[in-house]
Design a protein around this ligand. Sequence first.
Ligand SMILES: Cc1ncc(COP(=O)(O)O)c(C=O)c1O
Length: 384
Amino acid sequence: MNVPFCRVDCSANELKYIQEVLASGWLTTASKTFEFEKRFGAAVGGKHAIAVNSCTAALHLALEAIGIGPGDEVLVPTLTFTATAEVVRYLGADLVFVDIEYGTGLLTPEIVEHALQIHPGIKAVVVVHFGGQAANMPAILDVCRPRGVRVVEDAAHAFPTRCGGRMIGSWGDITCFSFYANKTITTGEGGMLVSSDEALAKRARVMRLHGIDRDIWNRFTASSPSWEYDVVAPGFKYNLPDLAAAVGLAQLERAYEFRDQRQAVAQRYLADLAGLPGVDLPRIACALEDHSWHFFWLVLQPEARLSRDAFIEGLIAREIGFSVHYKPLHRMTYYRDRYLLRPADFPNAERHWRGCVSLPLYPGMTDAELDYVVRAVRELLSPA
Ligand SMILES: Cc1ncc(COP(=O)(O)O)c(C=O)c1O
C-alpha cells in the first residue's frame, strides 16, 4: 500500500465554479473573489477579508499595514516556516526569535512577556497557530495591547480554528490564512488577510494591488466607471484571481466536513499511538472541535526504539508519506548567521525538531490507509 502525506479533495463544486468563471470571460480578481472574501470573512468573524495569492503575501501586507519598517523589531517563534520570518526582512525590519512551548509548539503569554521585557522596542508579535491549534490569544493580547505592541496571527494552519469561543480571524490586529495546496482548504496557491480594523484593511487592500486607490474590478465595472486612478504607494501584485477563488468557494462549503474528517484521523492516532516508549504525542490544550488538525506529529525521544531519521527510513520503505514540521529557523543559515543564533537558546524547539515527524492526515483517508499507518508506526516503534 502507498499512503500519501496529504490528498486534496476537489470533488464537489470546484469544477462548476471554475466553469462559471471561464464562461464569464473575466479570469482575474472579480465577483468570485469578492464572494470568497465575504464568505470567508463571515466564517472567521472578521469585518474585512482581503484575498491574496499566498499567506506569505498576506503576512507581508499585514506588517506593512501596521507600519513595520527599517529599525523595527518583530517577535517570531523559531518553530515555523520561513515565510513567517522572511516578510519581516522584506520590510527591512529585524527579527527577535523566541522558543516555543514543548508539546504544543505554540507561543505562550509567558514567552511573549519575557521577550517584550528583554526587547522593549519590539513593535509587533507574529503568533503562529502551530499545526492548527490556537495559541492563547486573549492572554497574549493582554500582554501586548497595554504596551502598544501589534499582534499579527499567522493562521496558515488554522482554519477553521477556535479559541476562547471565537474563531481565529477575530482576535489579533490582522490574521493571515493560507490556501496552499496542502492546507485545510485550498485554492492551489492563495491566502486571506482578515482584520476588523478599518484603517489597516484599507491599507492592505491598496497595497495588494500596486498601491492603486481602486482595484481593477471597480475601475472597469463600478456604476460610475472611471478610467482614472491614483497610485499612493509602490504597492505589490498580490491579488487572488477568480479562477482560484472559485476553488476556494467550493472548498469553503466543505470546511467543517474536512475538519471533522481530519479530527477523526487525529483521534485514531491519539488513541492508537499512545504509550509507545519514548514517543511524545502532541499536547492538545483545546477542545478537539476547536482544532483544525492541519498536521499531526510525533516526537521521538532519545529513548525511542528508533532515531527520527531511522523511523523516516522505515516510513519510506513502507511507502508512507511524511513531513517534518519544522527544522527551526534558528538552524537555517540565513537567520542563524544574521542573528548569531545558538541551538542552546531554543531548548524546546530543539527537543521538538530532533524527534519530530508528521504523519499522513487528510480528509477522506480510508480506514485501510489509517490501519496501515498505525500498524507501521507501532511495528517500527514498539519495543523489540
Ligand atoms: C506557518 C506558515 N506560515 C506561512 C506559510 C506560507 O503560506 P503560503 O504558501 O500560502 O505563502 C506557511 C506555508 O506552509 C506556513 O506553514
